[in-house]
Design a protein around this ligand. Structure first.
Ligand SMILES: NC(=O)c1ccc[n+]([C@@H]2O[C@H](COP(=O)([O-])OP(=O)(O)OC[C@H]3O[C@@H](n4cnc5c(N)ncnc54)[C@H](OP(=O)(O)O)[C@@H]3O)[C@@H](O)[C@H]2O)c1
Length: 305
């Protein structure tokens, strides 16, 4: 996976200086030392299901001011944290920042109502998978800055990945978005929108692929005789520990694997199976390829409407 990601033209985010006079929470994430930037005004979340809800939880844990936030969702279901929830758009304020967090197929239901409420200074961030910047721009003319963001669910623990893409917009607005996302984990700009579908497959869908791997690791041990629950527990703990160790080491995961596997040893015997020509690398390439292709198909469907 790292090999695939290293082929992408991405820019990691550096720490941004604090704007003078504003409250900044000294929250630090994943050792990257990124603090939560001050919101420039009202922040609306349009839709707050699994993904936007995970982002909100991450920001609230990092110290975001709930008085600045409004969640808009048809159910009006509470989100906690003291955040206002409305079933329709607020009429008492103009948003400085909007996170569009509905399903892509809801875009054309939401856009006609939302677009008139936005001003040129409003920053629009969309997490809609497969919905391209031009598709958003065609529906939202006013905002100078539209950013596509592709988060994954570990953002709730500030251990997420957020891919970012913008075609236009203010530099300060982009910096604000990157600072906000960097509090949720590893946030990186993707310079070619055509590669965003691949980032979506890698980071957006990646947790699901890894859950399958953890499950398969435990299941394999169970099939070979270890009690099922114990096998599942040890598989999860092994992946968690190995991942944490890999994150803090300078060597690549490939080098770490070779370091664990001495020639003729038992780890090498197992790696020889994974490393076969039709083994793990081929399987993951096929997995990401199928997922990215589906993202492209969904994008074509959204654009076609
Ligand atoms: N799930 C992931 O791992 C993931 C990863 C990356 C990106 N995404 C993207 O995130 C977006 C949301 O996915 P999800 O999994 O979070 O979906 P979800 O759990 O079904 O949440 C959808 C949200 O949209 C709200 N909604 C529906 N119609 C609305 C309307 N007319 N106005 C305002 N809100 C409306 C729903 O409100 P109620 O709660 O009131 O029903 C709900 O809060 C998708 O575009 C997806 O591509 C998801």
């Amino acid at each position: 996976m790292r090999a695939l990601l290293s082929g992408l033209p991405v820019r990691p985010l550096g720490r941004q200086d604090a704007a003078g006079g504003h409250r900044r929470c000294a929250y630090r994430n994943a050792g990257r030392g990124v603090s939560l930037p001050p919101l420039p005004g009202p922040f609306w979340l349009i839709g707050c299901g699994n993904m936007a809800g995970a982002m909100l939880d991450g920001w609230m844990a990092a110290g975001m001011d709930p008085a600045r936030i409004t969640v808009v969702r048809p159910s009006g279901k509470e989100v906690g944290h003291g955040v206002r929830v409305l079933p329709v758009l607020p009429e008492d304020e103009v948003p400085a920042l909007v996170l569009l967090g509905v399903k892509p197929q809801k875009l054309d239901e939401v856009a006609p109502m939302l677009a008139p409420a936005l001003e040129p200074r409003t920053i629009l961030v969309s997490i809609l998978a497969g919905t391209r910047a031009d598709t958003l721009r065609a529906r939202f003319a006013a905002p100078r800055t539209i950013v596509r963001a592709m988060p994954n669910t570990p953002v709730r623990l500030h251990k997420g990945v957020v891919g970012l893409f913008a075609k236009d917009g203010d530099r300060d607005a982009r910096t604000l978005v990157q600072d906000l996302m960097a509090t949720l984990g590893a946030a990186e700009w993707v310079e070619d929108e055509d590669l965003f579908d691949l980032v979506t497959a890698l980071a957006g869908s990646g947790p699901a692929f890894l859950y399958r791997f953890i499950d398969a690791l435990g299941q394999a041990a169970a099939d070979l005789g270890l009690p099922g629950e114990q096998a599942a527990r040890l598989a999860l703990a092994t992946v968690e520990g190995a991942s944490a160790l890999a994150a803090e080491r300078a060597e690549s995961p490939a080098m770490l694997a070779d370091r664990v596997a001495s020639p003729g040893g038992s780890t090498r015997a197992g790696l020889d199976i994974l490393d076969r020509e039709d083994g793990l690398a081929a399987l993951l390439k096929e997995t990401l390829s199928a997922s990215a292709q589906r993202n492209r198909e969904l994008a074509a469907m959204t654009q076609g409407r």
